[in-house]
Design a protein around this ligand. Structure first.
Ligand SMILES: Cc1ncc(COP(=O)(O)O)c(C=O)c1O
Length: 489
């Protein structure tokens, strides 16, 4: 088969054209049995392929037909031995990677600044996390990836680890020396699992960091939906044979996946792969041009700084993705959240994320020169309107510390717990997750000892209007902690 073909999408179209009389779910039956307003809005085309795994359409759980062909084409396009489609986002693919290599009590080496799906998989599997401290960027107030030195140290101390997880590139587009990291891990016979949620496109252009499969990693969970043009929730899991069992990966992915897999999502993966394989290089070339021009113009605006290649050269900043525009606004005396709100209210612009010090804007093949110019215009006006009030509230960058782990995350998650006021929780063992989302990197995970410093960081984020999530008590007045047994007098 050639990369020009889309066996899954074509199979669905052929099926829809035959227009069979359906005595199966989904009960809306091509839209006839649903709310007419939604039907009109979503359209007949989409509804005609909103189908499930009847025999002619193959089955994601045990593919032998059009899904298998589509996955094989994807494997070829991404340089993998096998590709599995995920309809549960990269979160589902990440949980599969971890649970495929780690069982209860087994070690996995992970950077601490990971997405919550990784910590969730650690709780589900009962694995013991060995944390690597990511490199902290004190100027920007963000954390980058891990260094080759820290990987060597972690593997030397824990050669019995069942896997090493690497984020490549980070949400902010920064990549470590992945090839070297993979070579080090392989010298210990340890498989490398890559969280490639923000890197589907990097495989298709030589001016972007190398992809997990190019670096020789064993598995990569890749969000096609984020930057590769498929529909939200659709991702892939790329696997290289050797250190991991492909059959176990398929079994675990199936255990974690709905039996009602959306064919709209699956077809969008098939077509996104075709588009990337055939046109990827050319459209990314154009995207890079837009992003670099925009970066240059943002850097001409007083008090704003858009990160560029000068960030490279530290041990964890080996390469970067120029399509990510990290704009530091702290020298304007406002928070990233203030900037996000200002852009929304004044220019109807929505950014990818904001934190205390930055906003992140992503440029993709979906953006035009005009969109980029509007962003520059808006930022110019924003900088001018805050110029008079520049003060140093955000000049001192604050980042959460990595708390000590007293219990394994699974032990803590299933322990007897109690709630205590947030202000009295320092020193107690956390039983919940707590993070700012996006980016969804935990401030506390179950099993960690709560620190005053991280509580201050939480309060700072809440005060800045940023979304701190995780605890049962959404108002964050109380936290769930491990129950302490008091002596009986
Ligand atoms: C670094 C990272 N990993 C994994 C994920 C999970 O991806 P998904 O939303 O496709 O489940 C995200 C989502 O934001 C992420 O930022």
């Amino acid at each position: 088969m050639s990369q020009h073909e889309t066996p899954l999408f074509d199979g669905l179209l052929r099926h829809a054209e035959r227009n069979p009389v359906q005595f199966h779910i989904p009960g809306h039956k091509k839209g006839s049995g649903m709310d007419p307003v939604f039907k009109e809005f979503i359209g007949e085309n989409a509804l005609s392929i909103d189908l499930i795994n009847i025999a002619p359409l193959d089955d994601l759980h045990q593919p032998h037909g059009i899904i298998k062909e589509a996955q094989q084409l994807a494997a070829e396009a991404f340089g993998a031995d096998h590709t599995f489609f995920s309809v549960q986002g990269t979160s589902g693919a990440i949980m599969t990677m971890i649970m495929a290599v780690c069982g209860p009590g087994e070690k996995i080496i992970v950077p601490r600044n990971v997405h919550k799906s990784i910590m969730t998989a650690i709780v589900f599997s009962g694995a013991v996390p060995i944390f690597i401290h990511p490199e902290i960027d004190k100027d920007l107030g963000i954390s980058h990836g891990i260094t080759t030195e820290s990987v060597t140290r972690a593997l030397t101390e824990h050669p019995d680890a069942k896997g090493l997880l690497v984020i490549n590139p980070t949400y902010f587009g920064i990549a470590g020396d992945l090839k070297q990291i993979v070579d080090i891990a392989h010298s210990f016979n340890v498989p490398v699992l890559v969280d490639e949620a923000h890197g589907v496109h990097i495989h298709f252009h030589e001016d972007l960091p190398i992809s997990a499969m190019q670096a020789g990693a064993d598995m990569a969970a890749t969000s096609v939906h984020k930057l590769g043009g498929s529909m939200t929730q659709s991702s892939i899991l790329n696997v290289r044979e050797g250190l991991v069992s492909v059959n176990r990966v398929q079994t675990i992915l199936s255990m974690l996946t709905t039996t009602s897999t959306s064919y709209i999502l699956l077809a969008s993966l098939d077509t996104a792969r075709r588009h990337l394989a055939i046109n990827g290089h050319q459209i990314i070339e154009q995207t890079l041009k837009h992003a670099q021009e925009t970066r240059k113009k943002i850097n001409e605006i007083d008090h704003l700084y858009c990160v560029g290649e000068e960030i490279l050269g530290s041990k964890a900043t080996y390469d970067y993705d120029p399509t990510k525009l990290i704009v530091s606004v702290k020298n304007l005396g406002i928070s990233g959240h203030d900037a996000e709100k200002w852009l929304r209210d004044r220019y109807n612009i929505e950014v990818e994320l904001s934190d205390l010090y930055n906003i992140l804007c992503i440029i993709t093949p979906g953006d035009t020169k005009e969109d980029c110019e509007l962003l520059v215009k808006a930022l110019t006006e924003m900088a001018a309107s805050f110029k008079g009030t520049v003060q140093s509230r955000y000049a001192h960058v604050m980042l959460p510390d990595i708390p000590l782990l007293a219990l394994s995350p699974r032990e803590a998650f299933y322990s007897e717990t109690e709630t205590v006021p947030l202000d009295e929780s320092a020193g107690r063992i956390m039983a919940e997750f707590m993070m700012v989302y996006p980016p969804g990197i935990p401030i506390f995970i179950p099993g960690e000892i709560i620190t005053e410093e991280n509580l201050r960081y939480v309060k700072e984020n809440v005060a800045a209007g940023l979304p701190v999530q995780g605890p049962e008590d959404e108002e964050l007045k109380t936290l769930r902690v491990i129950r302490e047994r008091k002596p009986i007098y």
